[in-house]
Design a protein around this ligand. Structure first.
Ligand code: NAP
Ligand code: HSE
Length: 430
């Protein structure tokens, strides 16, 4: 084993600077854990002149990717530049050069993870990506190591800090959506284009990674049903609270009889559920295993040092494997072909809020429609809307299947007593 391991960084932004800071400030602990010096050998950036708030010898900076990925001195490449095409090209080239790779890139791993992991195995190199889901929470290693003896049946995650921050402020401080989004952008959690956060795409990329590992299944982004938080309004939140629930953007991956469901959507959770108290920009992943029962992993889902912690822990795993000569052996490829649940196999309760004509027989017509589809009603609130002859009706159903609920939803719009269906959400966690 070499006396020192040299790390080449692709990127020196928020996460890259945190990685350099951790390698320097935790050098003593790192050496104890891996038995050699860990040093930064080369760093790819776009702008060499930029002030970065971290001390890096100017001679280490380069604008030429070859000086990292084709550099014989570099043992491990850490990709923290983001983006898809260039990052993929550089990682594949690094693996072909027998370098090990650590990445924080969720977008890339959700889209091209299988191809990259296959290349790692073929080249007997490691490719680890703990930071790609839930930042500082070691959830990927917990799934594939800590819970490896169990059969996981359900994963529910709050894995996007921006939307959790927005929903928390809307719920606790009654702040309107637009002004909280601006706050989240100013605080630096939101993506450069926050559409990926608020429309659920960022959480969907993370649930692809969670589902692939949790159920060892070859799934992709097209397999995720995605709904973001842009339509959640103050009334949805207020009625949810009255009924004892909290709205969270949940990423769900669940498995039954060998078929799985992947989805991202605003979901009502009972306010006593452990995920309901995950607030602000924090993340959490709830994992249900047949043997272990309920577990939950909680912590910061983004930010410089939390994310760097995950990246540097992956680096430690790579160097330990180098000592043992087993690189590439713990890279995990999904085993099962994709098998998705049909809509009538997805079971949950639902919340629906609608405006109806405030007249005799209106509720009877609505309740008959639910009954005709075998859906029983669990809770309801009806409030008259002053002076316009309508009433607002909020219903929580008992457990049903997604197909039956969607059929009712579309037929409600055809009933003469229904003025408008305002919103509908899944209800989980009973
Ligand atoms: P960032 O602050 O924008 O930093 C990106 C860095 O990469 C910059 O140093 C930039 O160089 C460099 N870079 C980008 N494209 C390049 C190119 N084509 N050639 C050379 N250098 C290039 O991004 P970040 O927030 O650190 O995020 C990095 C990765 O970590 C992303 O994949 C992100 O999704 C992931 N991640 C981030 C967080 C977080 O909290 N920030 C959490 C989890 C995962 P210049 O500095 O010269 O412009
Ligand atoms: N925009 C992401 C979030 C950053 O809000 O969680 C971490 O992936």
């Amino acid at each position: 084993m070499k006396e020192s391991v040299s790390v080449g960084l692709l990127g020196l932004g928020t996460v890259g600077s945190g990685v350099v800071h951790m390698i320097e400030s935790h050098q003593e602990e790192l050496q104890q854990r891996v038995g050699c010096v860990v040093k930064v050998g080369k760093v790819l950036v776009r702008d060499i002149e930029k002030n970065r708030g971290v001390d890096v010898n100017e001679e280490l900076l380069t604008q030429d990717p070859d000086e990292v990925i084709n550099n014989p001195e570099v043992d491990v490449v850490i990709e923290v530049m983001g983006g898809i095409d260039q990052a993929k090209e550089y990682i594949l080239a690094s693996l072909k050069n027998k370098k090990h790779v650590v990445t924080a890139n969720k977008d890339l791993m959700a889209l091209h993870g299988r191809e990259l992991l296959t290349a790692a195995v073929e080249n007997e190199s490691d490719l680890f990506y703990e930071a790609s889901v839930a930042g500082g929470i070691p959830i990927l290693r917990s799934l594939v190591e800590g819970l490896s003896s169990d059969r996981i049946t359900k994963l529910m995650g709050i894995v996007n800090g921006t939307t959790n921050y927005i929903l928390t402020k809307m719920t606790k401080n009654n702040v309107p959506y637009e002004s909280v989004l601006k706050e989240a952008q100013d605080l630096g959690f939101a993506e450069a284009d926050p559409t990926a956060d608020v429309e659920g795409l960022d959480a969907a990329r993370k649930v692809v990674i969670l589902g692939t590992l949790g159920f060892s299944m070859k799934v992709g982004l097209d397999d995720v049903k995605i709904k973001g938080i842009t339509e959640v309004d103050a009334e949805d939140i207020s009625y949810s609270k009255k009924l004892g629930y909290t709205i969270k953007l949940l990423s769900i991956a669940s498995s039954e009889n060998g078929s799985i469901e992947l989805s991202v959507q605003p979901t009502l959770l009972p306010s006593r559920h452990p995920l309901a108290s995950v607030n602000d920009e924090y993340n959490a992943v709830y994992v249900y295993g047949e043997a272990v029962g309920e577990t939950m992993f909680y912590g910061p889902g983004a930010g410089q040092l939390p994310t760097a912690t995950a990246v540097v822990s992956d680096l430690v795993a790579v160097i330990k494997n180098m000592r043992l000569g087993v690189n590439g052996k713990s890279v995990i490829l999904p085993q099962h072909e994709r098998k998705l649940k049909k809509d009538d196999e997805i079971k949950s309760k639902y919340f629906i809020r609608l405006f109806v004509k405030d007249e005799a027989g209106a509720f009877s017509k609505i309740s008959h429609l639910f009954k005709d589809h075998g859906i029983s009603l669990e809770k309801l609130i009806q409030e008259p809307v002053i002076n316009n002859g309508t009433a607002e009706l909020v219903i929580i159903t008992h457990e049903t299947n997604h197909q039956a609920f969607e059929d009712v939803h579309s037929q409600l719009n055809d009933l003469d007593v229904v003025v408008e269906v305002k919103s509908r959400y899944r209800v989980e966690g009973m």
